[in-house]
Design a binder for this molecule. Structure first.
Ligand code: ATP
Ligand code: MG
Length: 285
């Protein structure tokens, strides 16, 4: 069991937020449920009564065991999945479907293989009718941000996995989203590329003042990137703990090794590992 008295965990989930909280939150999620209809008139309650808020320029991480509803929550925010109950507001507006105000990055590489890096990043801008000069400026800016300028004329199959994910991030950011939604974006990368991508993401998020809602299974990744972590438990998926990072925004460590020097991070790592153990099925018991 976890000794909550010595943790940084916040205790009870908040009740319905005040109007002021709704007004200042970038993303406001209140009492959201998702039921999937299965065969034979059965219903699966995948997400139950999930409430949380994400503020402008904040990185909020959803962490929890497989099947607890992380991707479902992200997909509802993306407007790719309907909600069964509750409310999701982005900049005080209800989400009614997919939109350019949300940029998505998935685990699988999603670049168009027949387009170069530059053409991939430019794609959304072209569809949305930006002028040639605007497209060029924005595309160059974000290719530079993800450090791919020397590779801008390369095709995705000429790039490594990490480079392809950088294309996906640049492409999502080029469309000028209000929030970046990321579902295990670094899950397929080797450990070294993964921490380099985490550091790069932190850098980009700061430079671009971006708000991020991200899903991961990786405790270290969550601790390194997050301003706050929502730990979910499954069946049905619900927020089990709200875990604020010990340091916020520019005070956060900028390299993985500097994170390991901060005792509060190590303590939180242990607490989260305990939580994981509590909610994960143990085949030996
Ligand atoms: N389209 C669907 N139809 C029916 N059930 C679904 C559908 N999508 C998801 N589910 C169910 O909802 C639950 C949550 O799934 P979800 O993919 O959100 O979990 P997750 O936390 O992202 O898991 P993982 O970490 O393995 O990616 C699971 O039980 C899953 O089987
Ligand atoms: Mg998932």
């Amino acid at each position: 069991m976890i000794d909550k008295s010595s943790t940084l965990l916040l205790s009870d989930p908040p009740q319905e937020a005040s109007r002021e909280q709704q007004a200042v939150s970038k993303l406001y999620i209140s009492q959201v449920c998702k039921n999937f209809q299965l065969k034979g008139h059965k219903t699966l309650c995948a997400v139950s009564s999930v409430s949380f808020e994400v503020q402008q320029s904040e990185i909020c991480i959803l962490l929890g065991p497989s099947g607890c509803g992380k991707s479902t929550i992200l997909r509802m925010v993306a407007g790719l999945e309907s909600i069964s109950a509750g409310r999701i507001l982005l900049d005080r507006q209800p989400i009614t479907g997919p939109g350019r105000d949300r940029g998505m990055v998935f685990q699988s590489y999603t670049s168009f293989p027949w387009l170069t890096v530059k053409q991939n990043v430019e794609y959304g801008l072209r569809v949305n009718g930006h002028s040639r000069a605007e497209r060029q400026d924005i595309t160059n800016h974000f290719i530079d941000r993800v450090r791919l300028t020397p590779f801008k004329d390369a095709y995705p199959d000429q790039l490594s996995g990490g480079m392809r994910q950088r294309v996906a991030i640049a492409r999502a950011l080029a469309n000028g989203p209000e929030i970046l939604l990321m579902d295990e974006p670094f899950g397929a990368l080797d450990p070294e590329t993964r921490w380099q991508m985490q550091e790069l993401l932190l850098d980009i998020v700061r430079m671009e003042n971006m708000t991020v809602l991200m899903v991961t299974h990786d405790v270290d990744e969550a601790l390194f990137l997050a301003d706050k972590i929502l730990f979910l438990s499954s069946h049905p998926g619900t927020v089990r703990e709200r875990i604020p990072a010990p340091l916020q925004n520019s005070a956060k460590p900028t390299t993985k090794e500097s994170m390991y020097e901060i005792p509060e991070y190590i303590n939180l790592q242990k607490k989260i590992m305990h939580l994981m153990r509590e909610v994960t099925y143990d085949p030996t018991s």
